[in-house]
Design a protein around this ligand. Structure first.
Ligand code: F6P
Length: 380
């Protein structure tokens, strides 16, 4: 029997977090439950006073569904098993999971709705092993790389923002006859690059799933400059790498950080392209712009469907897991199917075929060798 639930948002923010909070709060309040928001991932639970908690009343969630960011705050340094604590003037790592679970009990919370990516789902599963009663995860990330679901909220908005940027970069690239290399987010998955690259009319799309041959990229650019369209748009995923090469990082993992920060491939490629082809090249890093702003309509809808499904699962059963879109419905999948590894773009996916069919270079095929070594297209 549920009476009081908590909700938190962990990892990097994504458009749609507030829409989920809105939906969870309203559908829980309508069932007569109390809803408590935890500030900054799990940090709010580790504060002894109530300043780390926000009562999510109707008033508190009014008018937030279309707003970007998260009213709860978030952190991607919020691992309670590896918490930075200052002792004798030194920052050391401590496992505060027992303290966190005790506080959860003290607050008489019956369940947690955890909004996050793979790291947050892994944390939720570990906390349940240590005694957290029930957790329903809600899949968030602009990267769209979470296993167990076909789509994560935040992705569609990031693709819209990136496509809009590509539209704008087209005119300046054309005006100056330049190569514009646009570095986009996505970690080790190329979803944003592929979807926005197709929608935004890129000439070259480089994704981590298809290590590229630099000569293929140059061939495509030279071919563009031999036509009347003497400019080119190259979209490169931050995790893309050359064949036999490694992804570039601008910041390494520290003791408390969940992930090292990728970056730098866009500028590197622009310099290499200019040197190899003689075509003037510039790079643009879209960066955190892709995480900002209001969620688009489809993200608002998905976020609210996921939030309401989370509450329905809490109301109707005893199971924990992540609510996930599979075909047309929202299902509950066990955390074991979600954590560990990421979901990349499938090489025989419709999107990859589409890009090749319209002549976009993915960095592997020889320019002009259309359909020579194509995998057979799945019929179902
Ligand atoms: O996972 C979302 C994401 O935006 C990635 O695309 C990117 O690599 C990373 O987070 C950046 O994280 P940070 O918030 O540490 O800059």
């Amino acid at each position: 029997m549920i009476r009081r639930i908590a909700i938190n948002t962990g990892g990097g923010d994504a458009p749609g977090l507030n829409a989920v909070i809105h939906a969870v709060a309203l559908s829980a309040l309508r069932r007569g439950w109390e809803v408590v928001g935890i500030r900054r991932g799990y940090e709010g639970l580790l504060e002894r006073d109530a300043s780390g908690l926000i009562p999510l009343t109707r008033e508190a969630v009014r008018g937030i569904a279309h707003v970007g960011g998260t009213i709860l705050g978030t952190t991607n340094r919020g691992d309670p098993f590896n918490c930075p604590v200052v002792e004798n003037g030194q920052t050391v790592s401590r496992d505060l999971s027992a303290q966190l679970i005790a506080r959860f009990e003290e607050l008489q919370l019956d369940a947690l709705v955890a909004l996050g990516g793979d790291g947050s789902m892994a944390l939720a599963a570990r906390l349940m092993e240590r005694g957290l009663p029930r957790v329903i995860g809600v899949p968030k990330t602009i990267d769209n790389d979470l296993k167990g679901t076909q789509v994560t909220f935040g992705f569609a908005t990031a693709v819209d923002t990136t496509t809009d940027a590509l539209d704008k970069l087209h005119s300046t690239a054309q005006a100056h006859s330049r190569v514009m290399v646009v570095e986009v987010m996505g970690r080790h998955a190329g979803w944003i690059a592929l979807h926005a690259g197709i929608a935004g009319g890129a000439d070259v799309i480089l994704i981590p799933e298809i290590p590229y041959d630099f000569e293929r990229v140059c061939e495509k650019i030279r071919a563009r400059y031999q036509t009347r369209s003497a400019f080119a748009i190259v979209v490169v995923s931050e995790g893309a790498k050359a064949q036999g090469g490694e992804a570039l990082y601008k910041m390494g993992k520290d003791q408390f950080k969940e992930h090292a920060v990728l970056g730098g491939i866009g500028e590197q490629l622009a310099r290499q392209i200019e040197a190899a082809t003689g075509c003037e090249s510039r790079s643009v890093v879209l960066g955190h712009l892709q995480r900002g702003g209001s969620p688009c309509a489809s993200d608002r809808l998905l976020a609210q469907r996921l939030g309401c499904a989370a509450v329905r699962h809490l109301a109707s059963g005893n199971e924990s897991g992540m609510v996930a879109q599979q075909l047309d419905s929202i299902r509950l999948v066990p955390f074991s199917e979600v954590v560990g590894g990421t979901r990349g773009v499938a090489l025989d996916s419709d999107e990859v075929h589409t890009a090749r069919d319209i002549g976009i270079c993915l960095g592997d095929e020889v320019e002009g060798t259309f359909l020579t070594h194509r995998a057979s297209i799945p019929t179902r």
